[in-house]
Design a protein around this ligand. Sequence first.
Ligand SMILES: Nc1ncnc2c1ncn2[C@@H]1O[C@H](COP(=O)(O)OP(=O)(O)OP(=O)(O)O)[C@@H](O)[C@H]1O
Ligand SMILES: [Mg+2]
Length: 507
Amino acid sequence: MSPQQTVAEAAPEVRLSGIGKRFPGVVANHDVDVLIRPGTVHALVGENGAGKSTLMKILYGVQKPDDGTIEIGGEARRFSSPSDAISVGIGMVFQHFMLADNLTALENVVLGAEKLHGIRGAARREFEAISERYGFGLRPDVLVEKLGVADRQRLEILKVLYRGAKVIILDEPTAVLVPQEVEALFRNLSDLRAHGHSLLFISHKLDEVLAIADDITIMRRGTTVGTAVPAETTKRELAELMVGSELPSPGTGESTVTDVVQLRLEGLGLEEDGRAVLSGIDLTIHRGEVLGLAGVEGNGQAELVETIMGMRKATAGRIVLGTEDITGWTTRERRESGIGYIPEDRHRHGLLLDSPLWENRILGHQGERPNSRGPWIDREGARSDTRAIVEEFDVRTPGIDTAARALSGGNQQKLIIGRELRGEPVLLIAAHPTRGVDVGAQAAIWGHLSAARAAGLAVLLISADLDELIGLSDRIDVILRGRLVGEFDPSEVTPRDLGAAMTGGDQ
Ligand SMILES: Nc1ncnc2c1ncn2[C@@H]1O[C@H](COP(=O)(O)OP(=O)(O)OP(=O)(O)O)[C@@H](O)[C@H]1O
Ligand SMILES: [Mg+2]
């Protein structure tokens, strides 16, 4: 099958019937029925742990179902690996991109696709043809490390198209994008649909689902509980079907800002490999205040967070926590002096995926109660506190001895937030605290944050969800190319204004 031929064909119908999948202590999927009509965008919604990712991994051959059938174009199929799924035109883009930074876009696309070994010229032409056809604007020779997150995502899509995918699964693709980038992605998805592809789209953002989907399947507690079409449903109705509750909106209520400065950055700079990553950052956060930081990914916010946490060493300026200059302190010393940290990449920095939940409770908090008594780890203290977190933050898990890896994405996030807030920090550095959590859990996390703020917590909030940023912040600073370029009053600014400031007004 040459790639030229595959693009002309329409997507096959995909029918999942009676799918079941059990893990130790958990029924991830049972009696799941989904029909994906050719050439449609099919959204899958449901609360955290409802079984969406598991179902998609089954369709992509990563997981084997215990029950049920998969029919592709009317033919029953059994997949024992992704290559079986790929061979019948199913592709998947994961949330954690799998690109090699030090290779070019073209090399990444060809990597692992055996069909075109030795015919580089053809591969390049095919790359360019796909990029052109769907308006991706990707150049084959660009180094992946130079690409922003939206382009990386397009490259992942190009990669699966190159392998002949007709049905493309996107698991929470918009969680990492700003509104302008979401619009661009949706234009790409519409073009793909117009060319006969089917797209499976998972998102917790119901506005997006209503904007792009032709069909919506709703999952709850492992099974499909209904289908809907955007013209005949509302966000509220979807939220009720998903989680059985009404739609929350972010808000912290009355100002609790005090005049006690909790964090002060003075002329903070970071130079790496001769390049200025952060320059002249001055900011203060008071007790009881949430300072929002808006920025397109890659403009220094991740480095700023890591510099405050001591994972990178500032090359200029000072970091003052309360009255203490902590610029030279280790990460551990900073954490022990009361800085809570919700990292952007929960897999790399937030969790030990193969360790049980209760050991994850201790991570980063080794020297604190209830995890330790004197120099010793207090196993019982940590275990009972983990149970309390699971309860209070509604972490859906068979128990505290379950490995973190076995939790759904949103439940991993809830565990981290619970751990960081339980330590009663004086300052919380929160990067995308509700990324990947469902609307019910989102409301709960907002509630926890605003209660902690009212009790005097200072928060640096980074979020790609601009409604959240506006709803929770007392002030919003914009970061662009490593500098703070403007400050906004959340009661006056719109997501669109912020988006414009974040891109330097060029979009
Ligand atoms: N490899 C695994 N081992 C054990 N349990 C698992 C595994 N993968 C998923 N589960 C469990 O299956 C259930 C469904 O998880 P899944 O990841 O499919 O949820 P989801 O709908 O994608 O949720 P989210 O919106 O949080 O991403 C959860 O209870 C989860 O803990
Ligand atoms: Mg998931």
